[in-house]
Every structure is written in C-alpha cells, then in structure tokens.
Design a protein around this ligand. Sequence first.
Ligand SMILES: [Zn+2]
Length: 160
Amino acid sequence: MTTTQIDWSKIKHFPELKERPDIEGVLPDLIYDLDKFRDILNRTIIVSPVNGAIVAKSGHSPNSYHYRGMAIDCFPICNPKEVFYTLLDYNPFGGIGIYFDTILRNKPTVMFHFDKRPLKPSGHRTWWFRYKHKRHYPSEFSTFGEFFDTIFKHIAEIQS
Ligand SMILES: [Zn+2]
C-alpha cells in the first residue's frame, strides 16, 4: 500500500484522521470533500471510531467502496435532516448511505456513509438506507419521494 498523498495542511476539521491506520490508501479527494462538506454543514462530524470505517479489508458488503479507499462512515452531530439540506447544496459523493441501526457512545445515532463512486450512467447517485440491518434502495419504492419520506420518518423515530 502506498502512503496517502493527503496534504494535511489543507484539512481544516479532521487532523486526527492522520493518525488512523485505516486512512492508509484512502483517496485524498474523499477527505478533502468531507472536510468541505463539514465546513458547509457547520456541525461536528465524528468519523466512526471502528477500524475500517475508512479503508477496510473486510467487514463491509462485498463490493464496498471501503475496499477501494473511496468510502467513509461518519456521525454528523446534528439533526440528520441538516445533512440532507446541506447535500442539496454540496454533494460530491456518488454513493450516500444512511444507517439507522448504528450506535455511537452507547446511543443510537444515525450514521452516514459517503463514497466517491462515479455517478451512474444515468447521471444519478446511489442512495440507500439501512434499517434494522436491512438495506433499502429507491427502486423498492414507487417514487423517489417515497424513499426520502421513509428516511425522514425513520429520522423522526430515532429522535422521539
Ligand atoms: Zn460505509
């Protein structure tokens, strides 16, 4: 594995990532883009402390972009809706997953997976959410709106 070519002087919000073993082999743009996203969101983002939350050799789904150094799992410390509103304005990620079955510091906390996969040939991003350990994609819903309504319903549940 080559050393990462991240210029850490360009990273404003995540200097601690430099020390993580699972940063090795990451696509630098992923970290630059997350840093910019964090800046616009203006909320703390905690990268998942699990080893392999960035670059991984196992522990993710078979075609995971974590195996290519192109994905990161993180916990934005805010209402998850704010993450969506920010993504409307700045979304450099080809894949976005929202996880409703994750725990941070013993508390159920919504986790976001962001990755740098290319857009689909149609020009669309790949979106999914995970609820009770099962993944759901927009294709399961009659409309894209229904898919997002379901995500927002799960956000409301976790907050109640
Ligand atoms: Zn992930």
